[in-house]
Design a protein around this ligand. Structure first.
Ligand SMILES: [Zn+2]
Length: 96
């Protein structure tokens, strides 16, 4: 069983569906409600999915595809941070 260390920062504020990270998403201790995609659900479940995704990403980064081993590890911070800021427009864009 591989062990992957994951930075839990923001996992409770990040939407597991669209990646939007904002503390406003955390409606209450128990409920998560995304301000961007409107996904609503159990806050613990949401955080668990985020941690799982972060773990998979972390694993891929350190044990990545054979042959593409990079010598430097540009620690850009936790992957969970990707996904947009709070001040993003909430208007839904139609995708053609
Ligand atoms: Zn969302």
């Amino acid at each position: 069983m591989p062990f992957v260390k994951v930075n839990p920062a923001y996992t409770s504020q990040r939407c597991q569906k669209c990646g939007h990270t904002c503390k406003e998403n955390r409606e209450s201790q128990a409920t998560f409600s995304c301000k961007r995609c409107a996904w609503t659900g159990n806050a613990d479940y949401n955080a668990a999915v985020n941690i799982l995704e972060a773990a998979i990403e972390q694993w891929a980064r350190t044990h990545g595809p054979a042959g593409s081993k990079s010598e430097t590890d540009p620690r850009k911070g936790p992957a969970v941070l990707a996904g947009g800021a709070c001040d993003e427009p909430l208007t839904a864009r139609a995708v053609a």
